[in-house]
Structures are given as structure tokens and as C-alpha cells.
Design a binder for this molecule. Structure first.
Ligand SMILES: [Zn+2]
Length: 209
């Protein structure tokens, strides 16, 4: 017991020393780099919610691509989702780094949001969803079925995704089916075109969009 505690104390003090140094450097950097604030208008709600989708993706363990989704009703956030394995399913690096296994076990951010709502007994009827890219046909299915009325996506993300996927036709086909299903079920698909200076991970690369 004492043996473990000793190790723990050494370990904790090492972390504190390491972090204190980094923290002070960061404070100094913040002090040195402050600028006068010129009051600006509060951020547009749609951009705000899209930023939240990018925030949600930071919870993802996917080593290749991270996606987030935010479900909003009457301009209040109901819940967020991100791509990952369902609750309790072991998301070990071995599984996450094996594409075949990963694609069989992973839930996309949009469907994860719908699933979370079902678990918590929250109605998603008439909700608006914000997610980085145009949902795949599987997620579009879930969103339509769950009563979503609007889907906002981020155009810079969509462009990067399409460029990085190149001619992977199965993905492009999937998106085309999504667009067609959204039209038929009268779900509005709306792009946010402005860059938001946020980071995302697509195909193993970090992009600032
Ligand atoms: Zn999907």
C-alpha cells in the first residue's frame, strides 16, 4: 500500500512540475499576445451551433476521421453525438486501427445522437441538426425517421472531404441518396459557407476550417 502511494506521489509531483512549467509559459504567451478588443456583434446562432459540432468531435477516438453532431430545438441544445463505438463495446486501438472492424462497429455522429435521444427518452421531433458534412444515407435515414426538419453542414468541410475522398464512389453515391431522401421528406439541407477557424480531423490529417 505504502509502496503504491510513494510511486503515486512521485508520479503526481512529476506531472505537477511538468504542467506548472507549461502552464506558466502559456500564461506568458497569453499576456504577450493580447490585443485590444474591438466590440463585435455576437456570433450568428448557426455558426455558434456548428462550432459546437466541432467541439463534440473532440470526444471521438477514431484515429482517422472525427465528426460531431449537435441536436438543437427552439435554439436550445438537446444533445451532442460523435463517431464512436456504442456504449460498452470495447474501443481498443487494435479495433480502431483495423478498418474492417472499425466500420462494422462504429456509429456515426448523427446516428449516435439519435441513439442517445432514444436512450434518454428525449424527443428529436422538429429538431435541427448541425454536423460538419452532408450525412451518409444511413444517418440520413435515421435523421428523417427521428423527425429532424433541418440539417446544417459546413461547406468548407464538405469540400475538403470530397477532395480527400477523390473518386470513392460509394461515399459519393451515399451522399446523393441522402440529398434525394432529404428532398423527398422535406428536410432542409442548408450549408454554412463561412470559415470558422476550427480544427477537424479528416483521413488522418488535421485541417483548420
Ligand atoms: Zn453517417
Amino acid at each position: 500500500m505504502l509502496h503504491i502511494s510513494k510511486h503515486l506521489i512521485v508520479y503526481v509531483s512529476m506531472i505537477v512540475t511538468e504542467n506548472t512549467k507549461t502552464f506558466e509559459e502559456k500564461i506568458q504567451f497569453a499576456l504577450d499576445n493580447s490585443k485590444p478588443y474591438i466590440p463585435t456583434k455576437p456570433e450568428d446562432w448557426n455558426k455558434y451551433w456548428m462550432r459546437r459540432a466541432y467541439m463534440a468531435e473532440t470526444r471521438s477516438k477514431d484515429p482517422s476521421t472525427r465528426v460531431g453532431a449537435v441536436f438543437v430545438k427552439d435554439n436550445h441544445d438537446l444533445l451532442t453525438g460523435y463517431n464512436g463505438f456504442p456504449r460498452g463495446v470495447v474501443d481498443s486501438p487494435e479495433r480502431l486501427n483495423n478498418r474492417d472492424i472499425k466500420y462494422n462497429l462504429i456509429t456515426h455522429a448523427e446516428r449516435a445522437g439519435v441513439d442517445k435521444a432514444a436512450k434518454r427518452g428525449i424527443s428529436t421531433d422538429q429538431c435541427v441538426v448541425y454536423t460538419q458534412g452532408i450525412p451518409c444515407s444511413g444517418c440520413a435515414n435515421s435523421l428523417i425517421g427521428a423527425g429532424i426538419v433541418k440539417v446544417y453542414y459546413h461547406l468548407p468541410y464538405q469540400k475538403i472531404l470530397q477532395t480527400s475522398l477523390g473518386e470513392k464512389n460509394n461515399w459519393r453515391n451515399s451522399i446523393q441518396y441522402s440529398i434525394q431522401m432529404f428532398i423527398e421528406s422535406k428536410v432542409e439541407l442548408i450549408s454554412i459557407d463561412d470559415f470558422l477557424d476550427v480544427q477537424t480531423v479528416i483521413g488522418g490529417r488535421i485541417y483548420t476550417l
